[in-house]
Design a binder for this molecule. Sequence first.
Ligand code: ATP
Length: 461
Amino acid sequence: MEEKKMEKITSFAKRRGFVFASSEIYGGFAAVYDFGPYGAELAKNIREAWWKKMVQENDNIVGLDSSIFMHPKIWEASGHVSGFSDPLSECKECHSRARVDHLLEEAGVFADEKMSEEEINALLVENKEKLHCPKCNGNDFAPAKNFNLLVQSNLGNFTGDWDKKPTYLRGETCQGIYVNYKNVLDSTRVKVPFGIAQIGKAFRNEITARQFIFRKREFEQMEMQMFVHPDQAMEVYEEWRAKRWQYYLDLGLKEENLKWHEHENLVFYAKAAWDIEYRFPFGFKELEGVHARGNYDLTQHAKFSGKKLEYRDPATNEVFVPHVVETSVGVDRTFLAVLTEAYTEEDLGDGKERIVLRLPKKLAPIKAAIFPLLKNKPELVKKAREIFDELKLEFMCEFDDNGNVGKRYRRQDEIGTPYCVTIDFDSLEDKKVTVRDRDTMSQERVDIAEIGNYLKENLKQ
Ligand code: ATP
C-alpha cells in the first residue's frame, strides 16, 4: 500500500510537471532529476520559506552564497578525501551494487559509520542468511569496499603544490560556510553567537539510485551553522532542535509523521547528533540533521590553512575557537516530504473523487487561477485577462480558459492552487467574481476591486 503511494507520487509528479527524470529522452540518468514548471515553483517556495525562517527572522544569522568549486585542500581538511565513503558491495547473482549498511539495516543489523572494511565484512558474513538483494532477492554478496562519495572534476587546478590533486564538486555546502567564517566576521557586525546560512547544490557519488528524489547524486542543501561559545553550545543546540521541529509543523507536516532519531555512535568530535526523520512512503528516513559539531571544523581549517580562526569576545577579551551547531536539510527531501504529506485522493461521494494537493498556501506553486467562464465570449475573456494582468504582478497566477470550469478546478486542485477566480456574466454587471477554495470547495462572491486584498489576507493563513 505504502509502496504504491510512492509509485503514485512519482507518476503524479511527472504527469503534472513537478519532477522529470533527467535526460529522459536519452533513457534517463540514474539518480539525477529535473524540476518541471510546478516543481521549480515549489522548490523556490521551499527555499524561500527556509531563508525567511533562518535569515530574515533571526537578526544574528546572515546569508552566504559560496562557490561549488573550492580549493582541494578544504576536502582534505574536512576529512572527506579520506573518510567520506560508504561500504559498497555487489550481488554475485545479478551484479547490482548496494550499500552494505543499508542491506544490514534492512536485516535489522546496525552498522556503525566508523566501522572498518573488515568489521563491515564480518557483519556481512555473519548475517548472510538475513540479507536480501533489493533487485533479485539473493543473499550472496562480494566483500565490501569503501567507496568515496566525492565527485571529482577535471577543472584546472592551479594552486601551487596542490595542482596535481583532483578538484571536486562540493559534497556539502557547509564547508563554504566554515572557510568564510572569518570573512563574515570581519565584514559584518555579527558577534558570537551568530549563524551563517546557505542554500546550494551538493554532489555525491551515491551508490544506490532508488527512492526517487530522496537520494540524488546532484541535490540541494539548506544549511545553517551557528558559531557559539563552547559553554553555550549545548543550550543553543537544544534551542535549535526545538525550532527546527516547529518549522516542519509550520510547513504542514503532521507531528505523527515526524520523529527524532539519535545517532547511536557519534563521530569522535561531535557533542550531540539527532536527525529529524519523516515518514516517507518507504518508512521513516532522515529529513534533517541537527548536530553539535564541537570546534572540529574551524580547528581543522585553521590547521590546514595556517590561518587563525579564533574569536575574541569584545566584552571580555576572551579568545576561543567557537563551537558549531549545525542544521542541515535537503531541498529535495523537503520537497518529497511535503508532496507525500499533501497528496490526497479524496472521495467526494456519488462515485466521484479528486486528487488534491493540500500544500500549505505559502508553498503552493500557483496561488490563484483566473478563469473566464466561457472561452468563446470575448467580453468575459477580456475582463478575466484584465484581472489576471493585475494579480500576476503580485502573485504567481495562471490563466485558464480550457474546458469546463469543473475540469479546470480539478486541474488546479491537483497542483495545489489555493484559489480559483471565475469571471462570469454577472461579473460584468455586479463587478464581483466567484472565488473557490481548494480545501473546502466552497465558493463566495468577492468585489473585483477587493480581489487582490482578499488573496493577500487569505494566503497569509
Ligand atoms: P544519508 O544517511 O541519507 O545518506 P547523510 O547523513 O549523509 O544522509 P548529511 O550529509 O547529514 O546526510 O546531509 C544533510 C542533509 O542533506 C540530509 O539530511 C538530507 O536532507 C540532504 N541529503 C543528503 N544526501 C542527499 C542526497 N543524496 N539526495 C538528496 N538529499 C540529500
